[in-house]
Ligand binder design. Structure first.
Ligand code: FAD
Length: 368
């Protein structure tokens, strides 16, 4: 397979945010011949413990080509967040149609009939034919598209996340790759992931876990991770008091079965745990003129759906299709309307399905 078009022959795009949705959109837009500039505010990448379902042949569908040496840099199956990010980053770096500028924080977005632009925190205007907001749960681009409803709403719970090499855990393995367990007011998702070398052999894998906890919202507010009803940031280990870690370790010993409890206690002992407050966003719009949204900026479901990554991949593929993947050359705003028409309903269904979980798990805190 080859590229559909030469890089930059079909115009230009700015992608705000170079995480998973941004990288996938940059790859599909470059494939149809757009010159893509990615702007990313952060140089740090961590999403300890989260596992993402990578569908078969995803990278080939995003880029339109096979890896030249046949090496699969984005294997299918449940993969660690960091490995998915590394695979997509290396594909984007190898693509001459994509350039990345980081750290650059976008503070504003605008457009007229001929172009769209972003303003950066040092006052620079960066202009292109279209702007794609892939800037996550607290999207700045969403303020431009939906000024009347710009914020995701805090769902009333945090997920503690950790990742550990299976060889560190002596207990007998769990009989299946995934466990979803409910105990007291908690829910635990725990799973085996390939080892750092890709191995799926017993003893050589990694264990990831996500512990849903609706009982520590005071801590989230005290640390400024949630202000009013809006999620501000993830708690790093340094933000979490030792007493909270001690409580979590004691509770893990008491309520979760092996090998998950040992995995959790190991991560807590190493302080290799983060706490992500969960927000949800039900979209009414995905595009306006020359500006559109993809990924968590567009639709933020509870991670309990396990589908945010796949929805982001669908956004990237559908966006390129609407913009002319089949040689279809209409106006940009018309293409973005087609993109919205194709993606809005599935995105709303996804967010609603997550709300069923949130409403039962944290009835007083969940978004209405
Ligand atoms: C705890 C957790 C567990 C999850 N588990 C799963 C799962 O099991 N299965 C699944 O499918 N999905 C899961 N997801 C969701 C999945 O990770 C996301 O849907 C997917 O990665 C897409 O994220 P994104 O790239 O849109 O947003 P993000 O990963 O939030 O990336 C946004 C990027 O934009 C950058 N940015 C933000 N603002 C600006 C700005 N103003 N200027 C420049 N750059 C900016 C940020 O630095 C960041 O790099 C989970 C998410 C979380 C939080």
């Amino acid at each position: 397979m080859t590229k559909d078009h030469q890089p930059g022959t079909r115009g230009s795009a700015i992608v705000v945010g170079a995480s998973l949705a941004g990288l996938m959109s940059a790859l599909t837009l470059s494939r149809i011949g757009l010159r893509v500039t990615m702007l990313e505010r952060s140089t740090r990448k961590v999403r300890t413990g989260a596992a993402l379902p990578v569908s078969d042949g995803l990278l080939e569908r995003l880029t339109g080509r096979r890896s030249p040496d046949g090496k699969d840099i984005l294997p299918s199956g449940g993969q660690a967040w960091a490995d998915v990010h590394a695979g997509l980053s290396s594909a984007a770096q190898a693509d001459p149609g994509i350039s990345l500028r980081s750290p650059v924080r976008v503070t504003d977005v605008g457009q007229d009939e001929r172009s769209a632009w972003v303003v950066t925190d040092d006052g620079e205007f960066v202009r292109a034919d279209l702007v794609v907001g892939a800037d996550g749960h607290a999207s700045v681009v969403r303020r431009h598209i939906a000024p009347e409803a710009p914020d995701a709403t805090f769902s009333g719970y945090v997920i503690w996340l950790g990742l550990v090499d299976e060889r560190e855990i002596r207990s007998r393995p769990w009989p299946s790759d995934l466990a979803i367990l409910y105990k007291q007011d908690y829910c635990l998702n725990a799973y085996y992931l390939p080892g750092a070398d890709g191995s799926l052999a017993q003893g050589k894998r990694r264990i990831g876990w996500g512990w849903y906890d609706s009982s520590r919202n005071d801590l989230l507010r005290a640390r400024g991770a949630v202000i009013d009803d809006v999620v501000q940031r993830t708690l790093r280990a340094a933000d979490v008091p030792g007493t909270t870690f001690d409580e979590l370790a004691d509770e893990a010993q008491e309520i979760w079965p092996s090998p998950w409890r040992e995995a959790i206690v190991d991560c807590i002992r190493r302080r290799a745990v983060i706490g992500t407050p969960i927000g949800e966003y039900l979209p009414h719009r995905l595009a306006s003129g020359r500006v559109c949204l993809v990924g968590d900026a567009a639709h933020l479901p509870s991670p309990m759906t396990g589908s945010g990554f796949d929805a982001s991949a669908q956004d990237a593929l559908t966006l390129a299709e609407a913009l002319g993947g089949n040689g279809n050359r209409g106006s940009i705003s018309g293409a973005l309307r087609r993109y919205e028409a194709a993606r809005l309903d599935p995105a709303r269904q996804l967010v609603r399905s997550g709300r069923h979980f949130s409403n039962s798990f944290a009835p007083r805190g969940a978004a209405q």
